[in-house]
Design a protein around this ligand. Structure first.
Ligand SMILES: *Cc1c(COP(=O)(O)O)cnc(C)c1O
Length: 399
């Protein structure tokens, strides 16, 4: 970075950047030169990656790639317009119907990203007369949607049903929306959905779950936390999934009743005022949905890798979190230390990202390991060896 005064009067911004850097909170992008897969070509180097959300290894699957190519030949590249004008094409419609069948919901609506789905849903359902109740570790897109809606905004303690009950009891507004991640993105733990669903039913509140990290991974057929806990539309009326993680493509969807979906079509601004996703992406997602349902071995293999990693990391004395999912954070605490560990791992040829505030609370910086069905057992062993080496060098772990 250059620290000379900015001629356009951006000095105060420059100052903030310098401060951020001195607190070791500065973020930098890497340049990926290969597809998303364990063996990465990145910034001119070969690295073994443990930081993608491509949990099932579908992002670069030949059948998914081929479906995209075939659909691009037929439908072109761009969506061309918003869904409500002339951008809603056959592959979008077919994907919505397939996802409705998959989730066992009446209808599904596609969005261009999970961020847009979350902000679109919350702002469409609530206004300033209403209240939204959010787990304090919810994903930023859920927090932003809640704030943008203008509804009264209440945060409850992480996964704490009593804390939520107190806040619901103290609220007299008519519409109450309870919002939670299904699998928490930085911790990997699950929300207690059956208990939350029961409480919401007692209180006449709606439950909305963002299952970005559960679809494809949890449940017998990859139906996510709704399938895992056996929750239907009555208990879990607003179900959000994203397509850029387990599905390996891009975009997001909301599943629920016909009334919910029609309301979103009429009211969700991030649905109405944007170009539809490229139709070929929808076609590719139909193929990845097929693979995700059919190839149960991907989930079985993933579960084996998770068990192998946890056993190995615990043997090294590392501090793991309460997670049974492919998100396996190693708690470090100090942001600088987490960053240094990540850099040492990279020198050893292994890529694991350091997650620091404000993404996670102060003092809880961590290494966020994510596993994929495309990893092998040898890959996990290489990660464990590298962790053993760098934590010893830096004097971390070994409680
Ligand atoms: C990644 C993520 C999103 C955003 O989804 P995109 O499709 O990447 O915009 C939303 N919620 C959670 C919990 C996520 O992890």
């Amino acid at each position: 970075m250059t620290h000379r005064p900015d001629r356009r009067g951006f000095d105060s911004l420059e100052q903030e950047l310098v401060e951020r850097e001195s607190q070791r909170l500065y973020r930098r992008r890497r340049l990926l030169q290969s597809p998303q897969q364990p063996a990465l070509h990145c910034d001119g180097r070969e690295l073994l990656g443990f930081c993608s959300n491509d949990y099932l290894g579908l992002a670069n699957h030949p059948r998914v790639v081929e479906s995209l190519q075939r659909a691009a030949s037929r439908y072109g590249v761009g969506g061309g317009a918003s869904h409500l004008v002339i951008g809603h094409s056959e592959p979008h419609h077919a994907l919505e119907e397939a996802l409705a069948a998959f989730t066992g919901r009446e209808r599904v609506l596609l969005f261009s990203s999970g961020y847009m789905a979350n902000t679109g849903v919350i702002t469409a359902l609530l206004d300033k007369r209403d209240a939204v109740f959010e787990d304090r570790l919810n994903h930023a897109s859920l927090i932003d949607g809640g704030l943008l809606s203008g509804a009264r905004f209440k945060r409850y303690l992480h996964n704490d049903v009593d804390s939520l009950r107190q806040r619901l009891n103290a609220s007299s507004v008519q519409r109450k929306l309870v919002v939670t991640d299904g699998v928490f993105s930085m911790d990997g733990d699950l929300a207690p959905l059956p208990e939350l669903a029961q409480l919401c039913q007692q209180q006449g509140a709606w439950l909305m779950v963002d299952d970005a990290h559960g679809f494809g991974v949890l449940g017998e057929t990859g139906g996510g936390c709704a399938e895992y806990f056996g929750l239907g539309s009555d208990q879990l009326p607003v179900l959000v999934g994203t397509l850029g993680k387990g599905f390996g493509t891009a975009g997001a969807f909301v599943a629920g009743s016909a009334t919910l979906i029609e309301t979103l079509i009429q009211q969700a601004r991030s649905y109405i005022y944007t170009t539809s996703m490229p139709p070929a992406v929808a076609a590719a997602t139909l193929e990845s949905l097929q693979l995700l349902k059919e190839e149960g071995w991907r989930r079985t293999h993933l579960a084996q890798l998770i068990a192998r990693f946890r056993a190995g990391a615990l043997a090294l004395g590392l501090r793991l979190m309460d997670s049974t999912t492919p998100i396996q954070p190693i708690l470090v605490g100090d942001a600088g230390q987490a960053l240094a560990l990540s850099q040492r791992l990279e020198t050893a040829g292994v890529l694991v990202s350091a997650i620091r505030p404000p993404t996670v609370p102060r003092g809880t910086a961590r290494l966020r390991v994510t596993l994929s069905a495309s990893h092998s057992e040898q890959d996990v062993d290489r990660l464990l060896e590298a962790l053993a080496k760098v934590t010893k060098e830096q004097g971390v772990g070994g409680e």
